[in-house]
Design a protein. Structure first.
Length: 261
């Protein structure tokens, strides 16, 4: 079998060893799903992205170590970075077909901007079954795939301890926690034990939920955001109708080859 290129990229990072690492694998044609899932398991990062140039354009798919997911922001940003910088894709815009529709990534100098569909959220009751953290929750919202837990302060988001067993039982992809930031507009963390990722370092797709929520709270449409994981990450978000623009930078960590013989 033809060897497969493997790029490891730190996404939403302005320097190495920050942001969210993702593996990106260019393919000439799709591998069996089980093989791609095994590659993602072997990589053992929160996401591995695969892309193929099909007849109707580029298509992207994302796998955690345990499941394929419908949308992933940081691995899409990493993929676009690889395509622009290392796979000789010309121009300043790439459109991907995906399980979440058409996703566009644009490039301006070293900044990459994701154009993702906005999440639809609804407020739900704070029930005992949703008590997943050791800090008091102000509000809870439910989106298409994630739950959004709102806290009073950045310190609570930074210091809170998740109950992974409880989070895994609430359904959906995972749990976002957030609060107004001290030096940025808002902060967050993301937990997805049910998708094989206890805590994701930086979650671009979660900002399709966070951005409309904070737009309603802060009465504006452009935001500076930070994800308070151990690695940390910086994002710039803009709400444009039913789309969210999520911007950041990326850094190449390593290149290699996957052998499936």
């Amino acid at each position: 079998m033809t060897p497969i290129k493997r790029y490891q990229v730190d996404a939403f990072a302005d320097k190495l060893f920050t942001g969210n690492p993702a593996v990106v694998c260019p393919l000439e044609h799709w591998l069996p799903d089980a093989v791609m899932q095994n590659i993602a398991m072997e990589n053992n990062l929160s996401e591995t992205a695969f892309f193929v140039n099909e007849k109707d354009g580029w298509r992207i798919r994302w796998f955690t170590p345990t499941v394929e997911v419908d949308l992933c922001g940081h691995a899409t940003l990493a993929t676009a970075f690889v395509m622009f910088e290392h796979e000789r894709v010309l121009g300043n815009s790439i459109s991907f077909q995906s399980r979440s529709g058409v996703l566009v990534v644009t490039k301006e100098e070293d900044k990459l901007t994701l154009d993702f569909p906005v999440d639809t959220i609804r407020k739900i009751d704070v029930t005992p079954a949703l008590q997943c953290f050791d800090e008091p929750v102000v509000e809870i919202y439910q989106g298409k795939t994630d739950y959004l837990f709102v806290f009073e302060s950045e310190e609570q988001v930074k210091n809170c301890r998740p109950d992974f067993e409880r989070i895994a039982k609430i359904g959906g992809r995972g749990a976002i926690i957030t609060a107004k930031g001290n030096e940025v507009d808002f902060v967050s963390r993301f937990f997805g034990p049910q998708a094989g990722v206890d805590e994701d370092p930086v979650t671009g797709s979660a900002h399709t939920t966070l951005t409309p929520y904070w737009a309603s709270q802060l009465h504006k449409t452009e935001f500076r955001a930070a994800q308070l994981s151990k690695r940390g990450g910086k994002l710039f978000c803009k709400l444009e109708g039913n789309r969210v623009k999520i911007s950041g930078t990326a850094r190449l960590f390593s290149t290699g080859t996957i052998h499936l013989d």
